[in-house]
Design a protein around this ligand. Sequence first.
Ligand code: PLP
Length: 465
Amino acid sequence: MSNFLPNHTLDMIDQATMLHPVSSIEDLHAKGPTLYETAQGVTLRDSNGRDHVDMGAGLWCVNVGYGHDALVEAGTTALKTLSYQHHFGNAAAKDTVRLSERLVQLFHDQAGATHLNRVFYGTSGSDANDTAYKLVRYYNNLRGKTEKKKIISRIGAYHGLTAAATSLTGIDAYHKMFDLPLPDVLHTSCPHFYRYGKAGETEAEFTDRMVADLESLIQREGPETVGAFIVEPVMGTGGVFLPPLGYFEKVQKLLDQHDILLIADEVISGFGRLGHWFATGAFGLKPDIVSLAKGLTSAYFPMSASMISDRIYDVLSAKSAETGVFMHGFTYSGHPVGSAIALANIDVIEKEGLVAKAAANGPYLLKALQDVTSGCPFVGDVRGMGLMIGVEYVADKRTKAECPAGSAPHKIVSKYAFEEGVLPRALPFLPVNSFSPPLNITRAEIDEGVSRFGRALKCAEPELS
Ligand code: PLP
């Protein structure tokens, strides 16, 4: 094989040939890429041979940790047995059928959601949300409610980066250069009490204000034009924060009043991250569509699944003879290798008790992060649920004053954290470092990761003021 770029290092070839997702081209050319070579458990090794505790589990996705034998073996066997099978024209692969049964059963048993009985597959969280976006249209077209298509999302939400998913995402930085969002996607207030609660406002009052904002948006647009409301049960990329007190009960009531579907984006929260199998169960949600990806295969295979309610499926089914083929799907929908890996992944989560581990180790990590940041005047809030935790920076801890525009304390801390050998994520909306390690992280690994983070924070502090 001839070398197209002879005498180039991998760094140079990367710079000469790659356009990285969600990355600065200027930075790439100034500093080169960060190459990683191997990973095991919760530890990533970079190309300089340095180990890093991966406090992000990649992009919130490697739930069972890196290099797990059970998943590697399941994938290898599946590749040898049936390396590919599509699902168009009612074709099916056995493992995909088995996975569907397993997912439906998990939602029944672990989330009390006995109305979610059909599964549609894709390859990413973004395409799962595109599927949701299209299903809202399809369902309401079939019902003759052809105006009822708008989808409401929330400021600060992250739902992915395909065209429809970018529109659902509520962070301007992702919209700006792409002429998005699409006109039928709207965004309501961001329900982050710590940041957006007003002085003197209680959390319950804040919830009422958030729900009133949603209601007035629905009324302004006309309830007959609003098809769905999409939520991340615990907002992730927007800053890792929990819904305020009583939020979902009130939202659900409002949606029911106006015949508006609820889409739960469980791309991060699914498969144990919150110390529950699904946020749907943890928060008692009654979604019509649940988007799953990431933890479905612990990112050993790109795969998504959309859980679909009887209310939607029954309409599709009843009108099937009239409408003909359901004209939506992807080459890799229900990929048999992904399905085999997902089945093995679910087995591992069950056998190793990872949901219970996340429930027990989450508060331990939370407390360790609260302790290590307690002396830093620029850390305003440390919160989370299960192994999904955020550290939010402020200009002044006492007044909660926001960091000045343009300052990026979380990015500065992340830079030092890399040098110390720990990888929290620096999020794009608020100045927050997120912590979402593999669910099988041990307490010793938590201690090590947090003490490295503590050292990074100390190094960064002079630059934060
Ligand atoms: N939804 C949520 C809540 C996410 O956090 C993400 C990715 O981080 C997505 C959707 C998009 O998933 P993907 O990057 O696999 O398209």
